[in-house]
Unconditional design. Structure first.
Length: 298
């Protein structure tokens, strides 16, 4: 097994080769950077005065991670290593949507709940039960080998499936961040149960990938790829990278492990956040109750 220094050196050589082969535009996605920058400007202009510093930080970290996952090297590397692809997927669907939603003002949720058009969409897709099965079902469907290989070589199908996953990820977390008065707002106890159940539903897909006895995806074993980027696609030939010890099977297993670990981190952080919100609320209620020992007697 190679040591840490050998791994770092190989990754450095791989990144240098990637830059030389595909160029700055393909590796760093300036179009995606511009899109994210415009979203940041729009947010600052219309966020209102009810957003805290932590909410702003959450939103901007979410935008940054969205750019790294969709416009940065992760998007390119995901077409050559399944493990990088799964890291990209976990960032895009398990980390970015909660960060962006947490950064939105309460008026955003209430405005969408009150608008007749968006209200109809939320009533269907924001339903916690439906959203839970939609996202986890779409994620599992996308990683069926036949579907996955087709999507990775067809730009239209690739974008359609990722738009479905991105939309369903926001629908999944809608009820978790909806304030009182918005559609499908939940109590803290229901939120904790919702997060726990979601963690179970994604486990079978990860387990099938981790414990497979042979490579499942021809995309990473058969040669030519179609490089799918957010705003354009170009056909490319794979290059020979410096990772001979990472076989297609070990790369696939590593991808499943990465996805499961990232899921546990994301869901664990959200569970902790909701738990402390519930704890503070119950503590405030207890402090507001009158002390019977101090009440005057008649």
């Amino acid at each position: 097994m190679p040591g840490d220094e050998e791994v770092k050196e190989a990754l450095s050589l791989d990144f240098q080769l990637m830059m030389e082969t595909y160029g700055f535009r393909v590796v760093w996605g300036p179009e995606m950077f511009l899109t994210v920058a415009l979203a940041a400007v729009f947010y600052m202009r219309y966020k209102g005065g009810t957003v805290s510093g932590r909410q702003m930080a959450s939103f901007f970290v979410g935008l940054f991670l969205l750019y790294i996952a969709l416009g940065g090297p992760l998007n390119l590397g995901g077409h050559f290593w399944f493990s990088i692809h799964m890291l990209q997927q976990s960032v895009m669907y398990l980390i970015v949507p909660p960060l962006l939603l947490r950064g939105m003002p309460e008026g955003f949720f209430r405005a969408l709940s009150d608008n007749p058009w968006s209200r109809r969409v939320i009533l269907v897709f924001g339903n916690p039960i439906f959203a839970m099965f939609l996202f986890n079902g779409a994620f599992s469907f996308y990683h069926i080998p036949m579907i996955f290989d087709a999507a990775m070589s067809n730009y239209a199908l690739h974008n359609a499936l990722h738009l479905l996953l991105f939309f369903s990820a926001f629908a999944l977390w809608w009820s978790l961040f909806s304030p009182a008065g918005a559609i499908y707002a939940m109590s803290e106890l229901k939120k904790m149960g919702y997060i726990f159940i979601n963690g179970i539903l994604l486990t079978p897909a990860c387990a099938l990938i981790i414990f497979a006895k042979a490579p499942m995806y021809e995309t990473y074993t058969a040669g030519a790829h179609l490089l799918c980027l957010p705003f354009y696609a170009i056909p490319v030939e794979p290059v020979s990278f410096s990772s001979p010890w990472l076989t297609p099977l070990s790369d696939q297993q590593l991808g499943g492990v990465i996805m499961k670990i990232m899921q546990e981190i994301s869901y664990g952080c959200l569970l902790g956040l909701v738990f402390f919100q519930w704890y503070r609320r119950e503590k405030d209620k207890a402090e507001d109750l009158p002390d019977p020992l101090l009440e005057p007697t008649l």
